[in-house]
Structures are given as C-alpha cells and as structure tokens.
Design a protein around this ligand. Sequence first.
Ligand code: GRF
Length: 197
Amino acid sequence: MLKEKANIAVMVSGGGTNLQALIDAQNSGILHSGQIVLVVASNPNAYALTRAADNGIESVVMEDEASLIPILQERDIDLIVLAGFLKILSPDFIRQYPDRIINIHPALIPSFCGKGCYGLHVHEKALDYGVKVTGATVHYVNEIPDGGRIISQKAVEVQEGDTPEILQRRVMEQAEWILLPRATEDISAEIVKGTKA
Ligand code: GRF
C-alpha cells in the first residue's frame, strides 16, 4: 500500500544548517512528499538536536548502528538524509537501505572528496588549490565515502579574499540549502508514487 508521505530520517553531527533547510522546506511546502519524522545525531552536543526540538521532531543520539536499525524500522523510514553527518556508515548498514541514503557534500565531486574531506577542510583544500568555482553535490551513499551515484550539483563562484569560513557559508547558502531539499522532495515523490526502485 503506497503512503501519503515518505518517512524521512535526517542524520546529523553538528550545527544542523542543512537540517534547518529541510525543516524550512517542509514548512514552506517545497518538501511535501516526505516528512521528517526522526533526527539521528552522532553526538549529544549537536546543535541540530536543538533545531529538531524547536520544531517538534523526535530525535535520538545514536549509540551504534545495531541499536539504530530497529529505531529506523519502528518508524518505517523510507529515506535517510545525511546532513552534515560525520561518521562513516558500514557497508552492512548501507545495504539495508539501497538507494535510500543520500548525502550532501560541500564540493563538486570528484573534487575535494573522500578521506579527510569534510566540513571546513573541504573549503581549505579548494582555496589552497586555487579553484575559481566550487559548489555542492547531493549523491547516493554507497560503501565508498562520497562515492555513490551523483544526484545533483550546483556551482558556486570562489571570490577574491575568500576565507574557508566565508566560502563555506556561500556554498551552504547558494548550493547546499537549495540542492538538499530539492533532492529530498524529488526522491520522496518517487517513493510515494511507487516509481522509486
Ligand atoms: C558543513 O561543512 C556543510 O558544508 C557540510 O557539513 C557541515 C555541517 O553542516 N554539509 P550542517 O550545518 O551541520 O548541516
């Protein structure tokens, strides 16, 4: 039996600005084929947990994958969105959700991705390299960090005088916070229509 809305779990580790973009998209109607029913944090201090609480969304701090799986199953989760989530999920966990886990990476994959490329480090590497254009990528998660099939990308200009912090903010505002809600809605729509493999 098809559902009205896909049940979405958002996995976080830090400030949760991408979670906030998803919450805002849900409130504005951009995200209407799915609903965020759970936020999973990798650590208890993630400000993303406060954002979840402020919006009446259930949250858990994950102990380990084994204890997380039943929590996701109890809530009949259809789609897992990694939003600033910093742990590497095991191949076993990923296999439980084939083509149902997506991630936002703050660069144009295959640039500046893989081991050690997370958070501010990504923008430090982009500036060190001297690229004129960077951006963000939404991709499916497979067992290779940042290796899954690309869903969408958006380019962002690097400007004179950019620091990693300034560039990170521009990539968030002009790319991440636009791409992730749109991809989440598109995939949720496929799920509820029954057209998602
Ligand atoms: C940021 O570096 C963002 O670019 C990346 O994960 C980090 C934290 O994001 N996607 P968030 O504010 O916790 O969503």
